[in-house]
Write a protein that binds this ligand. Structure first.
Ligand code: RIB
Length: 343
């Protein structure tokens, strides 16, 4: 296999000149550059990426740290980030943190040793102190999704609070008269903001009650369990706002187990807008996050910081949208009373 020295010899230049042509850094006149490129083609030279990384401490790689790629929300996010990275000739290393900050920190320290050039965190809610500690690694960083207003890095998230109000308003508009909420995992900011939006929206209703909320931990089984518990407490509830789509699918499963018809007896609205909501029976109404746009925006901000063209650090809060489907399609009739024979 040809080496960089063979290329330099054939082109009649120094190894340093070949390196400048490969790394596109430093001046090389056009005639010399063409000679070097011709020698590379003739010898079919393949640069040693490890050696190149060590030489210029740039790996051409960024990292994405997220909670759990098996949750269908995150693959669409990851795809958007990878698409933008590829357009910059970068690759992406994916790290699952399982929402453990200690694991995130150890990833950051390990990745820094591999000359990773930037990190996108789509992870558990990092505190400002965490962010300062991470910024001490001197790595460009964007926090995505579960993010506070840190001031030390760019943040991209959706408007969770208004999205929750949008979900509850929709359930009220179709005639629901007692709406429960399956909340995500505390203390994640996305779960807390959706819970706050739900609580603020129902506060003035006489049926409003703290025990109309049950945690579902952002999982399908958590949603199923929470639904069974909520119906045990409130057999007359007729609307459920789930803090993410996986929990909404779990609620569908519980209602089917109980022989309760959706939407006629209980209507359901989820949150995220993952593709699975289109194949459930009935199809799920959901508050859709602009998942791909969030991921792409985060990646573009990271590359702007890597390339030194970033103006300033701010919070980008993207809008969500209600996608109405069969799980809330009823004519607004008053819901059946408790004695409708429903257990
Ligand atoms: O489904 C996973 C949830 O965790 C999503 O709602 C996303 O916003 C993240 O916070």
């Amino acid at each position: 296999m040809a080496t960089i020295k063979d290329v330099a010899r054939l082109a009649g230049v120094s190894v340093a000149t070949v390196s400048r042509v490969l790394n596109k850094n430093g001046y090389v006149n056009q005639e010399t550059e063409l000679r070097v490129l011709a020698a590379i083609d003739q010898l079919e030279y393949q640069p040693n990426l490890v050696a190149r990384t060590l030489a210029n401490k740039r790996s051409g790689t960024i990292a994405l740290i997220l909670p759990d790629i098996t949750n269908p929300f995150f693959p669409e996010l990851a795809r958007a980030i990878e698409d933008v990275a590829r357009s910059h000739q970068y690759t992406v290393i994916l790290c699952n943190s399982d929402d453990q900050f200690a694991r995130e920190i150890s990833y950051v320290e390990l990745l820094a040793q591999k000359y990773i050039e930037g990190i996108i965190f789509a992870s558990n809610t990092l505190s400002t102190e965490d962010i300062i500690r991470l910024k001490n690694q001197k790595l460009p960083m964007v926090v995505l999704d579960r993010a506070l207003d840190y001031g030390y890095c760019n943040v991209v998230r959706c408007n969770n609070y208004l999205g929750a109000k949008l979900a509850v308003d929709h359930l009220l508009s179709i005639g629901c008269q007692k709406i429960a909420h399956i909340s995500g995992a505390a203390p994640f900011i996305t779960a807390m903001e959706r819970l706050r939006g739900y609580e603020d929206r129902i506060r003035t209703y006489e049926w409003s009650s703290p025990d109309l909320t049950e945690p579902g931990h952002f999982t399908l089984e958590g949603g199923r369990q929470a639904t069974l518990e909520l119906l045990r407490r409130h057999p007359d509830l007729d609307g459920i706002f789930a803090g993410n789509d996986l929990m909404a699918i779990g609620a569908l499963k519980a209602l089917r187990q109980l022989g309760i018809e959706v939407p006629r007896q209980v209507s359901i609205c989820g949150f995220d807008g993952i593709a699975l909501t289109e194949i459930t029976e009935p199809e799920l109404t959901t508050v859709a996050q602009p998942i791909y746009e969030m991921g792409a925006t985060a990646a573009k901000l990271l590359f702007a910081e890597i390339q030194g063209t970033l103006e300033n650090k701010q919070v980008y809060e993207l809008d969500v949208s209600l996608i109405q489907r069969a799980s809330t399609e009823r004519s607004g009739d008053v819901v059946e009373s408790k004695d409708s024979g429903r257990r």
